[in-house]
Design a protein around this ligand. Structure first.
Ligand code: F6P
Length: 416
């Protein structure tokens, strides 16, 4: 994906004390931008330390009064910075520099280096004073990190708290005169934006404004079997078959089990009949989005793959060569679908209730690729069978996935 022609590459520089959610936020941004097609990479200084100094260093390594520790940490920060600048100068587009960057001096150095190389800099500061969230972050992410492998959990927490205290002694919160920044005050609670300019930086601001930490499931399902599925024909706006209607009933029972008070979820469908018919027995309001409509097959709509192969062999071959970028004449490609699904992703991120999405093969492949961090070029090949609910529950490192087949079982093939 091209950045706007006059936009430079972007260096996103994280700022904040340990266990505030910087790496979590960095990974979320990386997944979002990679899904949109931007070459994005995280440069995590902690990983440089684990690789070069070792994972299990005592908290005194982080003590600002320990000159050897200070020197080692500075050189690790510089090594990651060198690699980041080289990567952006090569053919990277967005680099995320994931480190505490708690002193103004360090930030000034990172910013000057990036700006000299012609890159735009955006600081993202994560602040969090809620002791429960900090404790939860330590227990959920730090204790399982290589830094504390095989350590006693209570001793590990004590050591990590001592590590935080070292950083607290030198922490200088980001100031207004340090350039473009976005400050997140508790993920999901509020952001402050200053001096932010440019398309990608603007997209990141919008994305981060909508992130939250409330755990809830997202259910993805294709519509029930349609008349076109049985005929092996693409696209169109067909009705469900008798089996398709039966699936709609099974889906309604599934949801009743998951949401017994009948009010705790959001249902979205595409604007096509087969999706609307599938949601009809659910007994809840369903919102129809055109953005969720199936890939537009253009002049190949309502044809089978065999007919396309026979009547338009060049189109058939071109799609086989690159199914991700191939655009049906007067229709769409998978790449196009991702762009039109972006507002759906933002809404999925923003919504704190469980969400059921009733849609189609290609669009669900694209949504699934976002949640599971699948490289976009691989999304046209992901299996999304009929009559199956894919339950995704986002957590700190990605999504927990369960596939729940519902009755009636129907024959499944690549095109269905
Ligand atoms: O066959 C069902 C269907 O949803 C078609 O409407 C759509 O064109 C197709 O799947 C998408 O899958 P693929 O990109 O593998 O052809």
């Amino acid at each position: 994906m091209q950045i706007a022609p006059d936009s430079p590459q972007l260096a996103v520089v994280m700022v904040g004390l340990p266990a505030r959610g910087k790496s979590y936020t960095a990974r979320r941004m990386e997944r979002y931008l990679s899904w949109l097609g931007y070459r994005t990479e995280i440069f995590n200084v902690g990983e440089y330390r684990r690789a070069r100094v070792g994972a299990q260093v005592p908290h005194s390594f982080f003590d600002p009064d320990n000159p050897r520790g200070e020197e080692a940490r500075r050189s690790l920060a510089l090594a990651a910075l060198d690699d980041m600048v080289a990567w952006l100068g090569d053919d990277g587009q967005v680099a995320i520099y994931d480190a505490t960057n708690t002193t103004r001096e360090r930030r000034t150095m990172v910013r000057a280096r990036c700006e000299r190389a012609g890159f735009q800099v955006l600081f993202i500061e994560i602040r969090c004073d809620d002791p429960h969230i900090i404790e939860a972050n330590i227990r959920s992410t730090k204790l399982s990190s290589p830094d504390y492998k095989d350590s006693d959990p209570d001793e590990a927490v004590t050591d990590f708290r001592a590590r935080i205290a070292h950083y607290e002694r030198v922490y200088e919160p980001l100031a207004d005169d340090e350039g473009a920044y976005l400050r997140v005050t508790g993920i999901g609670r509020g952001v402050t934006v200053s001096n932010v300019d440019g398309y990608l930086a603007g997209r990141l601001v919008f994305f981060l404004m909508n992130l939250h930490l409330t755990a809830r499931p997202i259910w993805l399902t294709r519509h029930g079997e349609s008349v076109y599925n049985v005929a092996g024909v693409l696209g169109g706006d067909p009705d469900l078959t008798a089996d398709g209607y039966r699936y709609a009933q099974s889906l309604a029972q599934f949801l009743d089990r998951r949401d017994s008070d009948g009010n705790g979820m959001v249902i979205w469908t595409s604007s096509l009949q087969r999706a609307i018919q599938t949601a009809a027995p659910l007994g809840r309001t369903a919102w129809a989005w055109r953005a969720l409509d199936e890939i537009d097959g253009g002049i190949c709509d309502s044809m089978s793959h065999a007919q396309i192969q026979e009547q338009m062999p060049e189109e058939y071959e071109a799609r086989k060569r690159n199914k991700f970028t191939y655009r049906y004449p007067r229709g769409e490609s998978y790449q196009d679908i991702i762009l039109r699904l972006e507002p759906v992703i933002i809404e999925l991120e923003r919504t704190r209730k469980p969400v059921l999405v009733v849609a189609h093969n290609a669009v669900l492949r694209a949504l699934y690729a976002y949640f599971q961090g699948v490289p976009p070029e691989r999304c046209p090949y992901l299996p999304i069978p009929l009559h199956t609910v894919i339950e995704l529950t986002p957590h700190a490192y990605g999504c927990h996935e369960t596939r729940i087949p519902l009755e009636p079982r129907v024959e499944s093939s690549e095109t269905r």
